[in-house]
Ligand binder design. Structure first.
Ligand code: PEP
Ligand code: MG
Length: 626
């Protein structure tokens, strides 16, 4: 076994600092410029963090070692996958708009750690080149990254080049994680990060950014990184003021330093003098005021200028979101994603556990309605407990988005649906509830689910449990083009529609949101998507059946006039979007919205539609956003 070229460990380190270690002598003010990637201004003590470099011993192996080396690789893959799944499930603690931006990136990592070109290549290199797993990972990742970057021909747009760079970075990121697990090098920890600190680091990986608690941080600055990288996207999604690429800052930072980070201009001021500090405090106050303005809206009704009431509700993914939902001014939960109950556990929750969870949420809403969607497994939503129970395969199908998703799995394994229906029916004694079926595409599915629903109700009653005399309404998600186009038939079977524009966009445009190559094509305002929304809405309205929109589209105030103009009067969104959508609702009149919708629906070019949406007297910007 030969040892070849061990790379020298890097010694670029940042001192851990904090207010406690403040020096007595004031240090001069210095400014650094970087790339502003997430707006807002942060003031606070600087906290430096670094990650010990993984030391790799590149080795040649003999044929007898191929097996053990492969086993080491498999163990590192399993561990990396576990870490990423854990990271993925931690995302549910974040605001929903943060999640929806960050999750696809983590999902891309998870996919890459599966049966990908990278992993296949690493295995082959161990076997054919007789090198250790660390060397094989390094070489294969470098080869793939180089192949990706070789596509960056001179004529390519800056956007396309950035996209190639992101893909190459993704491969290197997975390689680094595998190598850390192979060499048992520790991962970065944010333990000890003081409240309100400014995190300064040479670089920050996207997976690190996803571990940050935005409520504890004043800002983030790194010396490396750019506006297009995943880290930047994550920091924006977290709403933390951030500047990347502030070269030289790491060397300059000393224990006890404070800093101002301006995420709009990209300026970082180390040890600010009183005038700079005063100006920064003003900027922070302006941001806070804007947020407070939205908070005041909470008590005002969601009503248009001409007195048309709109039902404004929140989506819930985790019970910890409840206080924020209540504070947001949302009147009820329009989409309770029950996947959280099944995640981070090894067994499937039983009826009693589910009943308690649903009941607690229904009670917390104090009489406001709660729409509980039954389990939507599939696509990018992975649930370990289902795999462990042998209900779903451990390795995802080649095409999971088109596979056994949502209601399809539930009808295949009706025991899951029966337990969930029983729990929801029992929880419905605590307040108004509706039951929602995901990923419906045929009337047969609705009929079959209703049959089970009624049978479960009879059984629960026979058992002596109390459930509402009149069963809660049973509605369906409209989230595939098939469902939208057959919505007139589905409307005869369902009690209400909830239009899920996230999946509807993906399935209509045949775009996987997690696939960065096609990300620009994921466009919910593509006329094809809007026409399907219109078609389904009209089918519901003809039967005077309730219809709501609960995809991300509903959270954009720019969309509000169009959706109202199409006849939608119920919107459900992440809690943080409720105030700004309410502000928009309160600023428009239905007549104008109807005229506007008519003009928009005549368009065939998404860019023209975007211009029209922008031009329709948008309200003031979102707090903390450009
Ligand atoms: C949707 O697809 O729009 C939706 C609301 O469901 P989810 O995001 O949970 O798939
Ligand atoms: Mg969906």
């Amino acid at each position: 076994m030969n040892r070849i070229d061990p790379p020298p460990p890097q010694h670029k380190r940042l001192a851990r600092t904090g207010l406690a270690a403040a020096e007595s002598r004031p240090r001069p003010e210095r400014t650094f410029n970087g790339i502003p990637v997430s707006p807002g201004v942060g003031i606070g003590p600087v906290f430096g963090t670094s990650e010990p470099e993984a030391v790799i011993h590149h080795r040649i192996i003999d044929t007898a070692e191929i097996g053990p080396e492969g086993a080491r690789l498999e163990a590192a893959i399993v561990q990396s996958r576990k870490q990423l799944l854990k990271l993925r499930s931690r995302l549910t603690m974040l605001p929903e708009d943060s999640q929806s931006e960050i999750a696809p990136m983590i999902d891309a990592y998870i996919r890459m750690i599966g049966p990908s070109r990278l992993i296949r290549g690493v295995r082959r290199r161990i076997e054919e080149n007789l090198i250790c797993a660390e060397s094989a990972v390094t070489q294969e990742a470098e080869a793939i990254a180089a192949a990706i970057m070789s596509q960056a021909e001179p004529g390519l747009s800056a956007e396309d080049k950035a996209s190639l760079k992101r893909r190459a970075d993704e491969v290197q990121e997975i390689a680094r994680r595998l190598i850390r697990n192979l060499t048992r090098a520790p991962f970065r920890s944010f333990a000890g990060l003081p409240e309100g600190a400014i995190l300064v680091s040479e670089s920050l990986r996207p997976a690190d950014a996803a571990l940050l608690d935005p409520s504890r941080l004043a800002a983030v600055v790194t010396e490396e990184g750019g506006a297009d990288g995943h880290t930047a996207v994550m920091l924006r999604a977290l709403g933390v003021p951030a500047v990347l690429g502030a070269t030289g800052l790491g060397q300059a930072v000393k224990p006890g330093d404070t800093a101002i980070v301006d995420g709009v201009t990209g300026q970082v001021t180390l040890n600010p003098a009183p005038p700079a500090l005063a100006a920064a405090r003003k900027a922070v106050t302006a941001f806070t005021r804007e947020r407070q303005r939205y908070a005041r809206l909470r008590r005002l009704p969601a009503e248009t200028q001409d007195g048309e009431a709109v039902e404004l509700q929140a989506n819930l993914e985790l019970p910890v979101e409840l206080p924020r939902i209540i504070q947001s001014g949302a009147v009820g939960i329009g989409l309770l994603r029950t996947e959280f109950l099944f995640m981070n556990r090894e067994t499937i929750p039983d009826e009693a556990t589910q009943t308690e969870s649903y009941r607690a949420i229904v009670e917390a809403m104090h009489g406001d309605p709660v729409t509980i969607r039954v389990l939507d497994w599939g696509g990018e939503k992975e649930i370990e407990a289902l795999a462990l129970a042998g209900i779903v395969p451990e390795i995802a199908d080649a095409n999971p988005a088109l596979g056994l998703r949502g209601i399809r799995l539930l009808l295949r394994r009706p025991e899951l649906l029966e337990t969930q229906f029983a729990a929801i029916l029992r929880a419905a004694m605590a307040g108004p509830v509706r039951v929602l079926l995901p990923m419906v595409t045929t009337v047969g599915e609705v009929r079959a689910a209703r049959e089970i629903y009624e049978r479960v109700a009879r059984r629960v009653r026979r058992r002596g449990e109390k459930i509402p005399e009149k069963l809660p309404p049973l509605g369906i998600m409209i989230e595939t083009p098939g469902a939208a186009l057959s919505s007139d038939a589905l409307a005869l079977e369902a009690d209400f529609f909830a239009i899920g524009t996230n999946d509807l966009t993906a399935y209509t445009l045949a775009v996987d949101r997690a696939e960065s190559d096609v990300a620009p094509l994921y466009d919910p305002i593509h006329p094809a998507v809007l026409r399907l929304v219109q078609f389904a809405t009209e089918a519901a309205l003809r039967l005077r059946m309730p219809v709501s929109i609960c995809g991300e589209l509903a959270a954009s105030p720019k969309m509000t006039p169009l959706l109202l103009g199409l006849g939608v009067r119920s919107l459900s969104m992440n809690a943080s979007a409720v105030p700004r959508v309410k502000q928009m609702i309160r600023s428009v009149a239905i007549d104008a919205c109807v005229r506007f919708a008519r003009r928009v629906m005549e368009q065939s070019d998404p860019e023209r539609i975007r211009e029209m949406l922008d031009a329709f007297g948008a309200p003031t910007e979102q707090p903390g956003r450009p």
